[in-house]
Design a protein around this ligand. Structure first.
Ligand code: GRF
Length: 210
């Protein structure tokens, strides 16, 4: 079983999708060993407790900069003997030492089709605001491995979502979560835990049928 930690910052709908997929048997060979929150009052912590998963808080507000924050997350992951990390609505970029130590072992979900609408400053509702401003007809979500640059790592899975004439940033955010994020993040975790991902440079090859 792959010992997996989920990092969260907010409501935890992506975490819930992971918990539900795991309970249905759709995430194979995976132990959901820890949920680590950057906020002490994140509802994601309650979701984890209800599912019987150990919870930890590393409060970003207690740190002057990201160096100490990332280092403490790193220490906790090491102490818990975590192999795989999934960022599920986690609102911070992790520092290079942690990302490099966990090369191809941290999976992030981004609410757009990378390399569009991604990188520094593209998070939360802002992504969907920019998508609507630009006028693209198709957006979606991307599950990818993390590297030191924001949203730059090898892509594991993508799922497209249609942009509608009457979309608001909020309606689009919701549909991207429902139709894309909640499906491809649990799927990417399972593919990793089943040892079906092979990274060659920027390309992630998936063994077997999807
Ligand atoms: C949303 O902004 C979503 O687009 C992004 O994470 C947020 C959802 O957070 N990827 P959560 O999973 O409900 O905490």
């Amino acid at each position: 079983m792959v010992k997996t930690a989920i990092l969260v910052s907010g409501g935890g709908t992506n975490l819930q999708a992971i918990i539900d997929a795991h309970a249905r048997g759709d995430i194979k060979n995976c132990e959901l060993a820890a949920v680590i929150s950057s906020k002490p009052d994140a509802y994601a912590l309650t979701r984890a407790e209800l599912a019987g998963i150990s919870t930890y808080v590393i409060d970003r507000k207690q740190y002057a900069d990201s160096t100490g924050f990332s280092a403490d997350i790193h220490k906790l992951l090491t102490k818990l003997d975590i192999e795989l990390v999934a960022l599920a609505g986690f609102m911070y970029v992790l520092d290079a030492p942690l990302v490099n130590a966990f090369e191809n072992r941290i999976i992030n979900i981004h609410p757009a089709l990378i390399p569009a609408f991604c990188g520094v400053g593209f998070y939360g509702l802002r992504v969907h605001e920019r998508v609507l401003e630009y006028g693209v007809k198709i957006t979606g979500a991307t599950a990818h491995f993390c590297t030191a640059g924001a949203d730059e790592g090898p892509i594991i899975l993508q799922q497209s979502v249609e942009v509608r004439e009457d979309d608001t940033p909020q309606s689009l955010q919701r549909r991207v979560m429902e139709e894309a994020e909640w499906h491809i993040l649990p799927r990417a975790i399972s593919l990793y835990c089943e040892r079906r991902l092979e990274v060659e440079g920027r390309r992630v090859r998936i063994r077997g049928e999807l």
